[in-house]
Write a protein that binds this ligand. Structure first.
Ligand SMILES: Nc1ncnc2c1ncn2[C@@H]1O[C@H](COP(=O)(O)OP(=O)(O)OP(=O)(O)O)[C@@H](O)[C@H]1O
Ligand SMILES: [Mg+2]
Length: 227
């Protein structure tokens, strides 16, 4: 088992407030190694909140998040940093590229902790391979501000994949892409799923993309339901 979320509750604001409603309510979910899961749900249902908890960017109010049997909610800050850098590829809903860095520099940010020359050369090789596959290698020396939303989104996916994580958590990774590029992105993710056993957990509004995953879950009233 890769991930085991057990009775997660998470809310924002003051629980003493009569209008207080937790966003996630006693949510449980198990993810096997190599699974492909799409998460659907209306705006505000808690999809981003859920990905943030899995990716160690936020903590639940109660419940546990186990990654390969380890309770990540108990990690110290350096432990969480290492866990995120090595195990998690995160594609944010809004791509969050650094505006002052070129596309290639952005893609290589997660590799800055690699210090040996051979590690760096290997990562540059991987960046070039992945950027070519999603058609953005020719833009590698451009700044994000000079590129389209879809081009930046593709760079954000490559950045998330650069350290060959165990799981890709992607928050609407194809929201800014046209149909053809949704297919290119889906092909890449499915190929990495098959060749490297990459587990996919995608939040999406695209039924085309969701249907290419093995399982579709819907977030409703704070819980996940199989669709
Ligand atoms: N940091 C925060 N502080 C206060 N409320 C928050 C915070 N983050 C999220 N919320 C609230 O929690 C609820 C769920 O937000 P979340 O971003 O997880 O929704 P979502 O399903 O990702 O929506 P969308 O499809 O619009 O991206 C919303 O009502 C939102 O306003
Ligand atoms: Mg969201």
């Amino acid at each position: 088992m890769l991930l085991d979320l057990d009775h997660i509750t998470k809310g924002f604001g003051n629980p003493a407030d009569p209008n207080y409603r937790p966003v996630l309510k006693e949510l449980s979910m198990k993810v096997e190694e190599g699974e492909r899961i799409a998460i659907l749900g209306p705006s505000g249902s808690g999809k981003t909140t859920l990905l943030n908890l899995i990716g160690g960017l936020d903590y639940p109010d109660s419940g546990s998040v186990r990654f390969r049997g380890n309770e990540i909610t108990g990690y110290s800050v350096p432990e969480m940093d290492r866990f995120r850098n090595q195990q998690i590829g995160f594609v944010f809903q809004f791509h969050h590229l650094l505006p002052q860095c070129t596309l290639l520099e952005n893609v290589l940010v997660p590799t800055l902790v690699n210090h040996t020359r051979s590690e760096r050369e290997e990562k540059l090789e991987r960046a070039s391979e992945l950027m070519k596959r999603v058609g953005i290698w020719e833009f590698r020396h451009k700044l994000p501000g000079k590129l389209s939303g879809g081009e930046c989104q593709r760079a954000a996916v490559v950045r998330a994949m650069i350290n060959a994580p165990s799981v890709l958590l992607a928050d609407e990774p194809t929201g800014a892409l046209d149909r053809e590029n949704v297919d290119v992105m889906a092909d890449l993710l499915l190929e990495l799923n098959e060749s490297d056993g990459l587990t996919l957990l995608l939040v999406t509004h695209s039924m085309d993309l969701a249907k290419r995953m093995g399982k579709i879950l819907e977030l409703k009233s704070g819980k996940l339901e199989l669709k």
